[in-house]
Structures are given as structure tokens and as C-alpha cells.
Design a protein around this ligand. Structure first.
Ligand code: NAD
Length: 350
């Protein structure tokens, strides 16, 4: 764990979007996805240590704004994140985020960071880390349904961490598929643009759904899913927002992050409260079974959990040390005499 002693100046390192992008290129996109997956897996291994709560969501007709807190007893973290499917048509991001780490010992923040880029990286790293445990051995082809902001990150994480070499793209908007295909050129993957969801799934051992619609959608129906595949369901992550027909859930073994949150937000909101699920941290620790047969359909019902953001912020905090990829923020009032806050304010007038 990193040393979290506050600096003498009580300045807080801040990673802007510009610096996050510089950091990603400094580390390298694929090494960064692998590094994030390692940090996330390490935190899943010590899952029981963490304070856990379903995220605090404020819903509106247009979208949702959420706070995602957690702590491992030494470090506290939270992320602010929104989800507004209609934003894309207005030229805005569907998902934007920022996050913070703080020292549990004195409550002082120790890192503030943009998390829009980081969320795309951590979501993709989590998907691939989970697929490493659940996807059929030797999987090389992924169907990528929904070719928006997350899709290239999802594709490259599956390449870097699971050895996927072919991605078959589909989106209801062909312009999104064209964009993703263009962006993935030169990354060493075979990229196939498809005209239907069914076509994208031909020969795919991994099927990723990552669409955005604030309603129950049916991106996949039961007859589309053959035996033995791994489904990585990313887009259904809010009450009333799902992507899979419930018959697929009945035929699959469903793996989740934190059941109290997934039962509210995930694909399994369509099922009874006692629908059986397996927690991913148990598979990683070997206390629960993952894939047990070639014909089994495994389904990662991903909603995104606070511990993944905590891991990602921890990675960033460790990686910015010794670099210029942050600026120090004067975020904390920290008078020399802790009781003389007003005196400090008065002196600032002169
Ligand atoms: P985005 O708006 O950039 O892209 C979504 C894409 O889905 C668009 O290109 C749209 O045309 C396409 N789409 C919509 N309906 C479709 C359909 N029926 N078939 C095929 N394509 C369809 O959004 P994004 O940032 O890529 O996020 C995608 C989803 O992932 C969102 O719902 C978001 O909330 C969710 N998300 C989940 C996590 C997680 O941890 N599970 C993290 C980040 C984002």
C-alpha cells in the first residue's frame, strides 16, 4: 500500500484529463489495462476487508448521478459518475466521472483525479480480468455490440489480458461502428464491421454488450446464444436499463461484483430476489467455481463497483510518482495553528 502521509504543504495531487491521457501514453494503453487489471484483481482478493455499499444514485427522467464510496481501512475512495444516454445526441459524453482518495487516518484527501477516461479503462480491465477466469480457454474472437465510448477500451483489454485477436463490431448506428473500426486500426487486431448483432456473434466465444438506452432493451435474445460462450454484459447498469432477454439469464451461470448493487441495477433485476449468482471475488479466491464445462454459458452481469474505482485510483496514485502528470491543488485550508482558521482568512485580506 502506498505511503499516505500528508505532505507538509497539504497540497493535493490532481490528475486532469490532459495529464491522464499523458499518463496513459507514458505507461502504454495495453500495459495500463494490464496494470489496472492486476490492481483490481488484487483488491478482489482482499474483498472482505472493504466497506461495501450499493452506490448512492439520484435518478431523473434523463439519467442518473451516482456516488460510489469504499474504504479498505487505510484509504477511503469515492467516485462521482453520471449516466445520461441522451447526452451522446447532444454532443456530450454518456458517462463522465471524477474521483478522490483520502487518508483514513486524518481524513485528508491524497489524490483527486478525472475518471471519465479512467472509468473506461477500469471497466475494460475488469471485464477482461473476469473473462480471464470465465471465458472458454483459447477464446480468440469477441462480438462487440455497442460501439460507443467504451468499445475500443473493451476490445483492447480483451486483447491485452485474454489474447483475443479478432473483434466483430456491431452498433445500430453504422457511424459508431465506423469510428470504432477506424480507432482500432493499427492495434494488431482483426476488426470486422457487421451489419447485425447476429452477424457479429458468428464464431465469437466472448460476447460483449455495451449499449446505452435508459429503458429495458433486448440486445440479445435466447435463440442468439449458443452453448459455451462467455457474455460480458456492460450496458445494463441502472434500474429499468437492461440489455438481455431474461431467458438468457435462466440458461446461464451468472457472476456479479456485489449482489446488493447488482440486484438493483444489473440484468438480474429482471429475476426473483433469490436468483442464484456467484460473486466474482470468490471465484478469484478459489472459494467458488467459475467455468466448469465447455457447454456452460457464463455471464458477467457487470454494473461497475466502487472497489474497481478504488483500485484504479490506487494505480494512478502509484504511477504519477516521479512524473509531471499531475498538478498540486490548494484544496485544503490548513492554517499553521489548526484553530486559527479565521485568523488565516483575516490575514488573506492584506
Ligand atoms: P455511448 O453512448 O458512447 O455508446 C453507446 C452505443 O450503444 C451507441 O453507439 C449507440 O448507438 C449504441 N446502441 C444503442 N442501442 C443499441 C442497440 N439496440 N444495438 C446496438 N447498439 C446500440 O455509451 P458508452 O460510454 O459506450 O457506455 C455504454 C453503456 O455502458 C452505458 O449504458 C453505460 O452506462 C455503461 N457502462 C457500464 C459500466 C460498467 O462498469 N458496467 C461502465 C461504464 C459504462
Amino acid at each position: 500500500m502506498t505511503n499516505l502521509a500528508p505532505s507538509d504543504k497539504a497540497l493535493v495531487p490532481f490528475v486532469s484529463v490532459d495529464n491522464m491521457m499523458k499518463l496513459v501514453h507514458h505507461v502504454g494503453v495495453e500495459p495500463m489495462l494490464k496494470g489496472l487489471a492486476d490492481y483490481i484483481e488484487a483488491d478482489f482478493k482482499r474483498w472482505e476487508l472493504f466497506d461495501k455499499t450499493p452506490r448512492v444514485a439520484s435518478h431523473s427522467d434523463e439519467g442518473v448521478i451516482e456516488l460510489m464510496p469504499t474504504s479498505d481501512g487505510e484509504v477511503y475512495g469515492f467516485k462521482y459518475v453520471n449516466g445520461h444516454p441522451k447526452n451522446m445526441k447532444e454532443g456530450l459524453q454518456t458517462v463522465t466521472a471524477f474521483g478522490l482518495l483520502a487518508n483514513v487516518g486524518n481524513g485528508y484527501p491524497v489524490l483527486l483525479s478525472e475518471m471519465t477516461v479512467l472509468t473506461a479503462l477500469r471497466t475494460a480491465a475488469t471485464s477482461a480480468m473476469v473473462a480471464k477466469h470465465l471465458a472458454p480457454k483459447g477464446a480468440t474472437t469477441m462480438a462487440m455490440i455497442g460501439n460507443g465510448a467504451q468499445s475500443e477500451f473493451q476490445s483492447l483489454a480483451m486483447k491485452a489480458i485474454c489474447g483475443v485477436d479478432t473483434v466483430r463490431l456491431y452498433d445500430i448506428d453504422p457511424a459508431a461502428t465506423e469510428k470504432a473500426a477506424r480507432n482500432l486500426e493499427g492495434w494488431g487486431m482483426n476488426v470486422v464491421a457487421c451489419k447485425t448483432a447476429e452477424e457479429s456473434m458468428e464464431g465469437a466465444q466472448i460476447i460483449t454488450t455495451c449499449t446505452a438506452d435508459k429503458q429495458y432493451a433486448t440486445i440479445l435474445t435466447d435463440n442468439m446464444i449458443g452453448a459455451g460462450v462467455h457474455i460480458n454484459a456492460i450496458g445494463g447498469d441502472c434500474p429499468g436499463k437492461t440489455e438481455l432477454h431474461k431467458d438468457i439469464l435462466s440458461r446461464s451461470d451468472v457472476f456479479v461484483e456485489y449482489p446488493p448493487q447488482t440486484r438493483i441495477e444489473g440484468e438480474i433485476q429482471q429475476m426473483a430476489d433469490d436468483f442464484p449468482v456467484t460473486e466474482m471475488w470468490e471465484v478469484i479466491n478459489g472459494t467458488a467455481k467459475g467455468r466448469t464445462s465447455d457447454r456452460q454459458i457464463t455471464l458477467f452481469d457487470s454494473v461497475g463497483f466502487a472497489i474497481e474505482d478504488f483500485s484504479a485510483l490506487r494505480f494512478v496514485r502509484d504511477r504519477i510518482k516521479g512524473t509531471d502528470y499531475f498538478m498540486d491543488l490548494d484544496l485544503l485550508a490548513d492554517p499553521d495553528d489548526p484553530r486559527d482558521l479565521f485568523g488565516m482568512l483575516q490575514r488573506a485580506a492584506s
